[in-house]
Ligand binder design. Structure first.
Ligand code: FES
Ligand code: FES
Length: 156
C-alpha cells in the first residue's frame, strides 16, 4: 500500500508517494530526479548511494522512506551553495581525483560529513572516513589528497 512521505532534500520540501519500505535511493533518483546518487550494491556495502541524513553519511539504498521522512537529507547536488562548487568538489577537480566517477558522489558525501565534524582531519582520519566507500578504479590516494586539500579551505 502506498503512502505519502514528506521529505526535506537539499533544503527543499518534497513529497513522495510510495510503499513505506521503498529505499530512499529510488525516491531520490526516480521520483525527484536527483541522479547524482548512484546505485551500486543495493545492500549497504559499497557507499555509492551515500547521502547525508541529519549530517551523517548513510546508504540511501538501505534507508526506507519511513525512516527518512522528517530528516534533513543532502545529496551530492546539495553540497555546493549558490551555484558554487563545494570546496571538496573543487579539490577533487584540482587533484583529478575521479576516474570513472561512479563512486564519487558517495565519496564526496562521506568526505563532507567528515569535514563538517572535523575541519582539519589527519590523513589517517580521512582514510578512516572513506573506508566504507569502494572505488573499483583504485583512485583512493588521489581522493585522500583532494580531501586534505579541501580541508585547508573554508567549507561555508
Ligand atoms: S548501493 Fe548503497 S551501499 Fe552500495
Ligand atoms: S572513480 Fe571509478 S569507481 Fe571510483
Amino acid at each position: 500500500m502506498t503512502e505519502r512521505f514528506r521529505l526535506s532534500v537539499n533544503g527543499v520540501p518534497a513529497e513522495v508517494e510510495a510503499d513505506s519500505d521503498t529505499p530512499l535511493l529510488y525516491a531520490l533518483r526516480n521520483d525527484l530526479g536527483l541522479k547524482g546518487t548512484r546505485f551500486g550494491c543495493g545492500s549497504g556495502q559499497c557507499g555509492a548511494c551515500f547521502v547525508l541524513i541529519d549530517g551523517h553519511a548513510a546508504p540511501s539504498c538501505d534507508t526506507p522512506l519511513w525512516s527518512a521522512a522528517g530528516k534533513r537529507i543532502t545529496t551530492v547536488e546539495g553540497l555546493g551553495k549558490g551555484g558554487s562548487l563545494h570546496p571538496l568538489q573543487q579539490a577533487f577537480l584540482a587533484e583529478q581525483a575521479a576516474q570513472c566517477g561512479y563512486c564519487i558522489s558517495g565519496i564526496l558525501i562521506s568526505a563532507a560529513a567528515l569535514l563538517a565534524m572535523n575541519p582539519r582531519p589527519t590523513e589517517s582520519e580521512v582514510r578512516a572516513a572513506l573506508d566504507r566507500n569502494l572505488c573499483r578504479c583504485g583512485s583512493h590516494n588521489r581522493m585522500v589528497r583532494a580531501v586534505l586539500r579541501a580541508s585547508a579551505q573554508p567549507t561555508s
